[in-house]
Design a protein around this ligand. Structure first.
Ligand code: BYC
Length: 314
């Protein structure tokens, strides 16, 4: 079969709703796109542990501490599912980590902002995990089998994360004026960066057309962003929270909430390493990687020893 025929057959399988598995033939560009997305997604989960991890020792009660600890641990698990999924495409975990630590690989914009108060932890669960679920529910139907299956598991845990965030916020909104003010201040700071998580607008998204043709993504960045806005604005209003957007209005005809202009210059600045916390986040990851070196070496040495033992026994 020549290249053109293989490509056509590949597209036919995708159009028929089949999943592509690691050992199946795939165009090199498809493989590269999946490695890019899955590794960026894995890095986001791991870097995403830092802003919340920062509050484990300061959680206001034992119950809150336990839930936060479990959430941060879940994010590590998500990173592992995704790195393992990406490895099936022939890239090693070491290469992916090197790309992250050298600053070559991107990770989600949202984790380059500071967590200033306890309300930020609730808002991350409610808004950031809420946005991630909208995006990942779509990715759970992705045409690449390992990515779809990883997202399916991730979404189940993310919905618990979202609920714990919503509960923190709802509780604080029923509390003192100072607590309500703290929530509103956190929402003011996280709202716009959360909307940027969905990526640039459709007419400026270089990867979207290809990813949609291959059903890696089945919805566009703007479609997902709108679906998040519609469900979240109502929830905010129910809790007495204001959305920090003077142009926000409900369009009776389209039945959608319309928002003001998103400052995408900020998104580009943050994802190219110039957000408020990029340098701190990367420094923390590099330090953790160095400090974990002896654990990786010990695990490798143990595996090597086991292999020798098995060889001798056989
Ligand atoms: N942040 O052509 P486009 C979590 C980049 S973690 C950074 O539209 P695409 C959690 C984009 O990569 C969940 N970069 O790209 C964890 C591309 O650059 P390159 C994180 C962004 O791929 C802990 C360029 O801009 N979720 O939930 O079609 C605690 C042009 O964009 C961003 C994922 O990672 C961004 N926001 O669409 C709590 C989901 N947006 O690579 C919670 C997986 C755009 O060409 N990824 N860029 O140099 C995706 O769904 C898609 O890749 C995106 C972008 C929607 C992010």
């Amino acid at each position: 079969m020549d290249e053109q025929q293989k490509l056509q057959e590949f597209q036919d399988r995708i159009d028929a709703g089949e999943k592509i598995e690691p050992k199946d033939w795939m165009p090199e560009r498809f493989r590269k796109q999946l490695v890019r997305m899955m590794s960026q997604h894995a890095h986001s989960e791991i870097i995403g542990m830092l802003p919340e991890g920062n509050w484990i020792t300061r959680a206001p009660s034992l119950r809150r501490k336990l839930a936060l600890l479990a959430k941060v641990q879940d994010e590590a698990g998500h990173g592992l599912y995704l790195y393992s999924g990406a490895e099936t495409l022939g890239v090693s975990r070491d290469e992916m980590i090197d790309d992250l630590l050298s600053g070559k690989a991107k990770y989600s914009n949202i984790f380059n902002y500071p967590t200033q108060t306890w309300a930020d932890i609730g808002v991350i669960g409610w808004l950031v995990d809420g946005a991630a679920i909208v995006n990942q529910t779509m990715l759970a139907k992705s045409s690449f089998g390992p990515y779809a299956r990883a997202n399916l598991r991730i979404c189940k845990e993310e919905s618990f994360h979202r609920k714990q965030g919503h509960e923190i916020i709802a509780t604080m909104m029923k509390g003192t004026p100072a607590q309500r003010k703290m929530v509103q201040d956190a929402v003011n700071r996280w709202w716009w960066p959360t909307l940027m998580m969905f990526g640039p607008p459709d007419d400026n998204s270089p990867n979207s057309n290809e990813l949609i043709r291959w059903k890696v993504k089945t919805k566009t960045n703007d479609e997902l962003r709108q679906s998040f806005i519609d469900r979240t604005v109502e929830e905010a209003h129910d809790m007495g929270i204001e959305i920090p957007d003077p142009d926000l209005r409900y369009n009776e005809e389209t039945k959608h909430w319309e928002i003001g202009e998103i400052n995408f210059d900020e998104l580009y600045r943050v994802v190219t390493g110039n957000g408020p916390m990029n340098k701190k986040r990367m420094a923390a990851r590099r330090k953790a990687h160095e400090e974990g070196r002896w654990v990786r070496e010990a695990a490798e040495a143990y595996a090597e020893k086991q292999k020798l033992k098995e060889k001798k026994a056989s």
